[in-house]
Design a protein around this ligand. Structure first.
Ligand code: MG
Length: 296
């Protein structure tokens, strides 16, 4: 666990709490809501948070146990659960079925609220398609490489092939010069993604927080990867509980949870949503060691 100075959490009422420097937080008194079904809103990343990371995202499966946990948690929060993912919304709906009532796909470019879909219309830039073609042409058949063309978002999954990532990265960086302003490269657990400025999990969470059943509740967001950091920042700014799944690198999250199994255990816990179950991260910026290595 990190051991630098403790962070101060500003609560929505303006008061502050420091909590202990290690171990479980002291959130029990100031942050525990009395009516979970009305007081908390839960935002969940999917891959690496609810599902273990796999080399090919198409192989990830939502098992029945997870469905049961999510259904129970949704009922407990009176429906205030939204999935915030980099996957396409259509894929999220296919994976989660009727559980996907509220969801943000493509980091918020696609949005599902109470069963109604909205999409931010963004053209697929020619340069993005060119990069996908180039990578496909140069590296087709390379073990570990999975190219996902997701409209205005391009995922170049390289798994644990650091050599592949370092070869592809300069190509992606050159492509940025040809892409619309605001496009960025994000290196995460699975490899590299190029996404437009509007692809922002923080914006997606803020948008949900203006809508029922999320508005006026205290938000919790659990994620595991680089694109989740903007979500953590949005949550921190609103006095919510930001939780990063271990292991990871530097993070803005204020809390940590060990792994996917621990997230599931928390979802199914008797006292759900007991935020005291999360471990307080104490460094600023918070850090947790050990990069994730995907199986090939
Ligand atoms: Mg993730």
């Amino acid at each position: 666990m990190p051991s630098a100075e403790a962070i101060t959490l500003t609560l929505p009422d303006g008061s502050e709490t420091d909590g202990p420097s290690v171990g479980h937080s002291s959130l029990a008194e100031p942050c525990r809501a009395e009516n979970p079904e009305r007081d908390w809103a839960l935002f969940l990343d999917i891959d690496g948070t609810l599902l273990r990371l796999v080399p090919d995202p198409r192989d990830a499966i939502v098992d029945d146990d997870l469905r049961r946990l999510l259904a129970a948690a949704t009922a407990r929060l009176d429906g205030a659960i939204a999935f915030i993912s980099g996957r396409r919304l259509a894929v999220i709906r296919e994976m989660l079925g009727p559980l996907a009532v509220h969801a943000a796909g493509l980091y918020g470019l696609e949005f599902l609220s109470d069963g109604v879909e909205f999409a931010t219309p963004i053209e697929v830039p020619m340069a993005l398609a060119d990069l996908a073609d180039q990578v496909e042409r140069l590296f087709a058949g390379e073990p570990g490489l999975v190219i996902e063309r997701k409209g205005p978002v391009l995922s170049l999954n390289t798994g644990k092939r650091a050599d592949l990532l370092s070869t592809i990265l300069p190509l992606a960086e050159r492509t940025l010069e040809r892409l619309p302003a605001g496009y960025r490269n994000v290196i995460g657990h699975a490899g590299l993604e190029l996404m437009p400025v509007a692809a922002d999990k923080g914006s997606a969470i803020r948008r949900f927080m203006t809508m029922p059943p999320f508005q006026s509740r205290r938000p919790i967001f659990i994620g595991d990867d680089k694109p989740d950091e903007r979500g953590f920042a949005a949550i921190n700014a609103s006095g919510g509980i930001s939780v990063r799944v271990f292991p990871a690198g530097e993070t803005q999250a204020h809390y940590g949870v060990e792994d996917v199994d621990a997230v599931r255990q928390w979802l199914g816990g008797e006292n759900f949503p007991d935020v005291t179950a999360f471990t307080r991260l104490t460094a600023s910026p918070n850090t947790v060691p050990q990069p994730v290595h995907l199986p090939v």
